[in-house]
Design a protein around this ligand. Structure first.
Ligand code: NAD
Length: 482
């Protein structure tokens, strides 16, 4: 059992109320950590520490901030095995994902934004004929509340914390209650790396009527950067309105993965598998609606099901495992309720669909990759985010029909199209209303590109200049030259 405390003003401290909650591992639902349960008092202490630290951190030379953030990145790399093991134990994702994907991205996020902030430039608007010179100053925004989900716990937290710190803000982070441990290890690393006290603070606990909500209503928090469910985004938006905080939201998705008959079907198959089942399908960007053009539909679905059945499900510490347990028993029950709903709505179950209970799996929250064919986009299971290894497959005839199906969603986070026809690729990319569209690939990211969602999938964009804009205020300085 690990003890996980808040990190406030550079020190690990218990909750002011001394309340704690127990975090269990999805591998066997046994306790792994006793965690400080934050409330408004704890958030108040953390915000005060962040405000005090802001005065000096925001004025520090960005090159010095970069040096410190690089040391944090080095610290992440030097403890990568420990971080990855805790991430897997806490969340359930296969160890190779934690160690080879998520943790390297944490270090990359830190270095990328540290560099960006050091070299960021602003615009000048000269009007020599009027004798006026206007230029833009970008000033650190202030104290930022960073609220993150459990599916990529440290990776997504660092996607918020790294730019906030690099651009001179100070942070109070509220990690997901299901996966608190690695944020706490990051706090240790920050302290070891010489990050000044109060610059990065962590308050653990729950959302509604608890630490999360307290952060969103606190008058001295200037902005909230949030990743999580769209309904939570709605609640945060309402809670933040009275204090007029700047908001950046990355939320849910129900993205369409469009496989055209002329595609490289081997590549499309590999992309579709990853788009459906990687990280147990607990991926906001998942291509959870698979649209396959009629001439190749039967053959593609047959191959997709066979390949899905070949993905080993089991202990995430076993190197052979590709699908680990779902994050919690409660979440597994929710995903299973969608499996039952899909059957009621008339989709055809081709594989999976039941909790796995063989041997040690019985203790954990395991569900095999599950595929439904012949789904109709009007079904609730095609409209609502299931957030598990459950794929809804449907046929289409013309590309225009696939685009219409893709757009018939209240979400607009991501999408994929597999085709060898350049015109089709660009047409789909332009006409699907979504934040990211991958053509003949999936999950590839350039951290300079805008990241976020259309419709109920997001508010604003993060990445490169978009993060610079969010975490700074723009000031126009107007100079009259005589
Ligand atoms: P969630 O919305 O339940 O929780 C996310 C965070 O918000 C947690 O830290 C939680 O404690 C906090 N929270 C909950 N209610 C709150 C409130 N009223 N006020 C303040 N904070 C509150 O989401 P989750 O279940 O942890 O994550 C899964 C969801 O996240 C899915 O919908 C997924 O699509 C989405 N997601 C989106 C992206 C993206 O980049 N768009 C990335 C990952 C996950």
């Amino acid at each position: 059992m690990r003890t996980v405390e808040h990190f406030i003003g550079g020190r690990f401290v218990p909750a002011a109320s001394e309340a704690t909650f127990t975090s269990v591992s999805p591998i066997d639902n046994r306790p792994i950590a006793e965690v400080a349960e934050g409330d408004a008092d704890d958030v108040g202490r953390a915000v005060a520490a962040a405000r005090e630290a802001f005065a000096t951190w925001s004025r520090m030379d960005p090159a010095e901030r970069r040096r410190i953030l690089y040391r944090v990145a080095d610290g992440v790399e030097s403890r990568i095995d420990e971080l990855a093991e805790w991430e897997t134990r806490d969340m359930g994702k296969p160890l190779f994902l934690s160690r080879d994907k998520d943790m390297p991205r944490v270090a990359q996020n830190l270095r990328f934004f540290a560099d960006w902030a050091e070299h960021a430039s602003t615009r000048t608007y000269a009007k020599p004929w009027d004798g006026v010179l206007s230029y833009e100053l970008r000033e650190p925004l202030g104290v930022v509340g960073a609220i993150s989900p459990w599916n990529f716990p440290l990776m997504l937290l660092s996607w918020k914390v790294a730019p906030a710190l690099a651009f001179g803000c100070t942070v109070v982070a509220k990690p997901a209650e299901q996966t608190p441990v690695t944020a706490s290890i990051l706090a240790e690393i920050c302290a070891e790396a010489g990050l000044p006290d109060g610059v990065f603070n962590v308050v653990h606990g729950f959302g509604p009527d608890a630490a999360g909500e307290a952060l969103t209503t606190h008058p001295d928090v200037d902005a909230i950067t949030f990743t999580g469910e769209s309904n939570t985004g709605r609640a945060i938006m309402a809670a933040a309105a009275p204090t007029m905080k700047k908001l950046s939201f990355e939320m849910g998705g129900k993205s369409a993965n469009i496989v055209c008959a002329d595609a490289d079907l081997d590549a499309a198959l590999e992309g579709a598998l990853r788009g459906s089942f990687v990280n147990q399908g607990e991926v906001c960007l998942a291509g959870s609606r698979l649209l396959v053009q009629r001439p190749v539909y039967d053959e593609f679905v047959r191959r997709f099901v066979a390949a899905a059945e070949s993905w080993p499900v089991g202990d995430p510490f076993d190197p052979a495992t590709r699908v680990g347990p779902l994050v919690s028993e409660e979440h597994l029950e929710r995903v299973l309720s969608y499996v039952h709903l899909a059957q009621e709505e008339g989709a055809k179950l081709l594989t999976g669909g039941e909790r796995l209970t063989d041997g040690a799996l019985a203790e954990g929250n395991y569900l095999a990759p599950t595929v439904f064919a012949d789904a109709d986009n009007s079904m609730r299971v095609c409209q609502e985010e299931i957030f598990g290894p459950v794929e809804m497959v449907m046929p289409f005839d013309e590309v225009d029909e696939a685009i219409a199906i893709a757009n018939d969603s209240r979400y607009g986070l991501a999408g994929m199209v597999w085709t060898k026809n350049l015109d089709t690729a660009h047409k789909v990319a332009q006409e699907v209303r979504t934040g990211t569209m991958w053509v003949n690939c999936f999950f590839v990211r350039d951290l300079r590109a805008p990241f976020g969602g259309y419709k109920e999938s997001g508010l604003g964009r993060e990445g490169g200049d978009y993060s610079h804009e969010f975490f700074t205020e723009a000031k126009a300085v107007v100079v009259k030259l005589s």
